[in-house]
Design a protein around this ligand. Structure first.
Ligand code: FAD
Length: 311
């Protein structure tokens, strides 16, 4: 802030740090037989019909959303020996002073413990009714679908900081996408894609899949890694840059909230909106009870108690 001549009111080094997000990669396939997919919405007559259906009866394609297939722990989609190797590489990377002496150390410990906890989902797989990437050679006349794989607890940790003193300028977002200790996120995505191939080749969905387009089940791990590096994208779920944590853990806000999704210190294993409604409900209670003294800045007096003491 001083760089832009803004005098800090309170020294809080955690502000803008600990940027976390869900990321995703898609696997596309061609369907056999006749289906209606989101690709039909390219036809203006069909799109108009769907709009009318929605307006009249809240039904039709516009009343649906992409459906989540599964939320699964690491052990469900990564072979045991591979997972063991990945965790060993992660542990080695985490033993470096950069991580060992980091104020976020307790977050790393929590995330590390989740890898062996089969009640914590590490991966979500969503079915999207269209060919999401549309780059591989494919038949425009056919219908397609994609399976999108979303790691839930990535190890990359970025930042969001000011670019100028104007609130109208966009901030500098340093995503650090895939920059994870021991290359954990990249490897997890390779096995997530391999698991998606399995779903696409099994049971009812397998019977409706005429061919997988890109990436391909025959690709080596290195080819899949290249594909991930090229295609990985945000899942638009950023959190963490004003963490509700004790000051000693680089916390920014106390339990009286003050801000938005950025207070979530460790990413949730689901889409964030429902959690946000819970946080907003709590904020409404705080405002109604008027127990927040006016002008009391985050971090003052009672900061340090934190509501989620993970230390
Ligand atoms: C394309 C997309 C798809 C998504 N899909 C899903 C989904 O399917 N399920 C799900 O759970 N989540 C989804 N999310 C994530 C979810 O929308 C966000 O996590 C959630 O909206 C974050 O809530 P928030 O209150 O933190 O911030 P926001 O919802 O962004 O609210 C912040 C508000 O603050 C206002 N504001 C900003 N600056 C100022 C200012 N200076 N003064 C006054 N007001 C200000 C903004 O106008 C905005 O209204 C999606 C996000 C995107 C972008």
């Amino acid at each position: 802030m001083e760089k832009f001549n803004i005098a800090p009111v309170l020294e809080l080094p955690g502000v803008g740090e600990n940027f976390q997000d869900h990321i995703s990669v898609s696997v596309g396939a061609e369907l056999s037989g006749q289906h209606i997919t989101a690709e039909n919405m390219q036809d203006p007559t069909f799109a108009e019909e769907q709009l009318l259906l929605y307006r009249e009866s809240k039904s039709g394609m516009l009343s649906s959303t992409p459906s989540t297939f599964v939320f699964i722990p690491a052990a469900d989609f990564i072979p045991a020996d591979v997972l063991q190797g990945m965790i060993a590489a992660l542990d080695e990377a985490l033993s470096a002073p950069l991580f060992k002496e980091s104020p976020w150390q307790s977050i790393y410990e929590m995330q590390r413990s989740w890898l062996k906890n089969n009640s914590v989902a590490q991966l979500e797989i969503v079915l999207f009714p269209a060919y999401e990437t549309s780059e591989a050679d494919h038949n425009e006349a056919s219908q397609h679908y994609s399976l999108m794989v979303f790691p839930q607890h990535c190890w990359n940790c970025g930042s969001v900081h000011l670019e100028s003193s104007s609130g109208l300028d966009p901030p500098a977002i340093d995503y650090q996408i895939l920059n994870s200790p021991g290359d954990f996120d990249l490897l997890l995505l390779v096995y997530a894609i391999r698991y998606a191939f399995k779903i696409m080749q099994t049971g009812s969905l397998g019977a409706e899949t005429s061919r997988i387009l890109e990436p391909l089940p025959t690709w080596t791990d290195d080819q899949l890694k290249d594909y991930v590096r090229k295609k990985v994208n945000s899942a638009w779920h950023p959190v963490g840059t004003a963490s509700m944590l004790p000051l000693s853990n680089n916390g920014v806000v106390d339990e009286n909230l003050k801000v938005d999704a950025s207070i979530i210190p460790v990413h949730v294993g689901t889409h964030p909106q429902a959690t946000l409604y819970g946080i907003a409900h709590r904020a409404a209670q705080i405002i109604e009870a008027s127990d927040v003294p006016e002008n009391k800045s985050a971090g003052e007096e009672d900061h340090g108690k934190g509501c989620c003491d993970i230390a």
